[in-house]
Design a protein around this ligand. Structure first.
Ligand code: AMP
Ligand code: ZN
Length: 121
């Protein structure tokens, strides 16, 4: 998609710090990291969101998750990481090219998950 920032990263039209790339997936450093290690894993194919992902993308999404595991190993955080996906603007999605956030590297100061059980209905 022409006006998609992540498609531009895939094409190399805007710079990024890539930590992994193959024919289907790219992983690069988030420009505003929310953890000591914060990598985005994206399919090269433009998929707007998980809600918009058809069944045909099941294996591609699996590849993204396996890539996240491999990137976690490469970044030295394989024993403690979070893999997050925001679906829809109300859930905090700001870039509408499906992506997984790989977060880690906290050491002993692991932040609590934002959603706390006592706040759930
Ligand atoms: P989300 O809010 O879940 O849609 O996540 C989008 C993420 O993309 C945010 O964490 C941004 O910091 C990140 N981001 C946006 N533009 C860039 C860019 N050009 N390079 C790297 N990360 C980016
Ligand atoms: Zn895109």
């Amino acid at each position: 998609m022409d006006d998609c920032v992540f498609c531009k990263i895939v094409k190399g039209d805007i710079p990024s710090t890539k930590v992994f790339e193959d024919d289907q997936v790219v992983a690069f450093k988030d420009i505003k990291p929310l953890a000591p290690v914060h990598i985005l894993i994206i399919p090269k194919t433009h998929i707007e969101s998980l809600s918009k992902a058809e069944d045909e993308y099941a294996s591609l999404l699996g590849i993204c998750q396996i890539t996240a595991k491999k990137v976690a190993e490469k970044m030295g955080i394989k024993d403690a990481f979070r893999l997050l996906l925001a679906n829809g603007s109300s859930a905090g999605q700001t870039v509408f090219h499906l992506h997984y956030h790989l977060l880690g590297g906290w050491g002993k100061e692991v932040p609590e998950m934002e959603v706390k059980k006592e706040k759930l209905p």
